[in-house]
Design a protein around this ligand. Sequence first.
Ligand code: LLP
Length: 426
Amino acid sequence: MMHHFRYLNDELYCEDVPVQQICEKVGTPVFIYSRGTLERHFRIFEEPFSSLDHLVCYSMKACSNLAILRTFANLGSGIDIVSGGELFRALKAGVDASRIVYSGVGKKASEMDEALTSGILMFNVESEEELALLDQRATSLGRKAPIALRVNPDVDPLTHPYISTGLKNNKFGIDVERSLNLYRKAKEMTGIEVVGVDCHIGSQLTELSPFLEATDRLKNLIGTLRFEGLEVRYLDIGGGLGIPYDEEAPPLPSAYGEAIVGRVRDLDLKLILEPGRLLVGNAGILITRVLYQKQGSEKTFVIVDAAMNDLIRPSLYKAHHSVWKVYRNAADAPEGRVIADLVGPICESGDFLAQSRDMDAVRSGDLLALMSAGAYGFSMSSNYNSRPKAAEVLVDGGNYWIIRERETYEDLIRGEHIPPDIFQTS
Ligand code: LLP
């Protein structure tokens, strides 16, 4: 999909702001997001559903900064949450609770209470025990919890095993036959109101067919449920549409949308979608500075100031992120190309951002952009090796804002205490 990162006279810009200008002010590593791209992606994704009653609930685990949440909320987006912390963020960003759906296999009683008292749209329930607890919590709060069961339609999403979720051997969801029985039980529970059916089959899907197969299985289930007198108002088909990182060519959002709309048009319900990656992935980049170049006996290493704690996707999934130079073809740049591992300062061999990458030669001080880092970049970052988390910046035309300050050393030890017995010196 289109994004607003481009070269002007061989210098990388985000919208109308030179990337280097941000780095001078904010330092590196830094995540830079383009507001124009975020908004464009939201509109492109939502457009095909306009003829249908629908709600796009941005899956905020992909990138949960308040400014990003608010950007989507301003466009009418709801939010898909998976924890009490995400609920807190969404509400802080000004998202209306009535546009929040709550997914996840391990909701705690306290988190259920928070969501119940806020009045969220729907809980996507993933097990019988979870349903029983939710019934109990809602009853004790004098409320009814609106629920869908997350059904596992057993289709292969044809993606990386760590991010496939709709197969029978995954921890997610409830298989179709079991879900039918559980729906029957739910109907009798005083604290539960059945309102929908939910699924999410995986992430970074590059084919349409698994989505359509899953939707068809859910359609059948909805038919049965309605026949048994259950009211199904919402069909939530999750997220998962992939984006191009490298050579892959996922279906366009328009093709995805049209195919889904074709399948569900006659169902007379509100369609809920939970896209994450598609909205933010290509709207964000991670900028890092080259520290050193090191020639090993078999490999060349380019050592940069970002690491697996900032962007874990390459280490965890062998994910590909393109590397762009912030200045290309500079007159004084080193010539030629290099095949190198782009690695960070962390003390693990698994700390790499790219492996055996054929790229323009670089030298110490160069700025590099890891592209498509908007989704599951900052949100999966950690403080490993006591590295303060990177800053986040949002660009809007010719302006930019720091939407999260770089962490300080003091932030690193916030909340830590040395017990007096241990503190004493001998
Ligand atoms: N809904 C549910 C219930 C989910 O579990 C997820 C993602 C989504 C929606 C959004 O999926 P998306 O549209 O972003 O594909 N960390 C991995 C991806 C994990 C996805 C987890 N669930 C990565 O970096 O590729």
